[in-house]
Design a protein around this ligand. Sequence first.
Ligand code: F6P
Length: 376
Amino acid sequence: MKPIKKIGIITGGGDCSGLNAVISGITKAATFNYGVDVIGYRRGYLGLYLNDFIDLNLKSVSGVMHLGGTMLKSSNKDNLFNYRIKNEDGSVEYKDVSDVALENMEKEGVDALIVIGGDGTLTSARDFQRKGIPVVGVPKTIDNDLPATDVSFGFNTALGAIVGALDRIHTTAYSHDRVMVVEVMGRNTGWLALEGGIAGSADVILIPEIPYDLDIVVEKVKERDARGNNFSIIVVSEGAKPKDGKVHVRDVVEDSPDAIRLGGIGQVITDQLSEMIDDHEVRYNNLAYLQRGGTPTQFDRLLGLRYGVAALDLLMQGGMGKMVRYRGRDISHVALEEVVGSGETGETSKGGEKFVDPEGHTVRTAKSIGISFGDE
Ligand code: F6P
């Protein structure tokens, strides 16, 4: 294998807090330990296609670790193996433009990639590895839904945002004897709602893994009223669905590896509860992108740095085609094909999602302290 002298970094998919810590960790360790150059492609794979990049060095990564978002910008579109091209006549076609990326890398002398992203971004990472580019992946998602890792950075910061919001919502809910519906992200999994809801003292938590019955939610509100707790906080995951019902789709983004965008179920539930509850006003809050932005927690800074340095070490030791992961309290690695599946190149294959166990310890803890999941 060709010695690695220059590395390109890509941040793809939805942003989250801790991305800059990964970028900083890679760049600093590359400089101090290996003497290799680093560049960062801007706006995910689009930068690789357009050869749009910035130099990453000790100066350019100074002071970024504590900032949210990604200094490289991101995109959750632009699959270069199935790239959406709009022709002059308005028609749309999809082409494999990955060779353009390879030419750009060769032109700049980039020998390897470190790709930071969720399943869509990592699927393309797997496909570049198949084309002979040494690639190491780093898992990123606030949803914490990747089964290959115990936790991804960004999740802890998002939980902090949820808990902070619930603390504020509590005081206003109490003051007005209101029922407050608070929608959080998480896609098809309920980790953010579950852990944020428990830590933020929610009374009801609705998650995709446990379909809900609103009559049972109303019972919970009444039970609280009966003992003088005349307000209730209901945390609902964007992927929550009623028993025998469907998820609430907000949007379909055709050229995204994950086309379906969830969101809005909180408003639906609020409208329904307003009809069902006479004694309280019901109000809706969607925490939305407040969960993704902002200063990373110390946990996410440390995890991001550890992931970055581990990804670089792995690459320099010849361990390409892998993704670093957090298992137990250690960083190890796993094959990208195992993370995202071994499907056709260009197709967004999924290695599956990590779901909340409805019988698991965290759900049981919540139920033991009186939190309702709208199921019993
Ligand atoms: O995967 C991260 C995430 O924030 C999800 O929780 C949410 O469903 C989705 O991304 C939102 O995507 P977009 O930024 O395209 O609205």
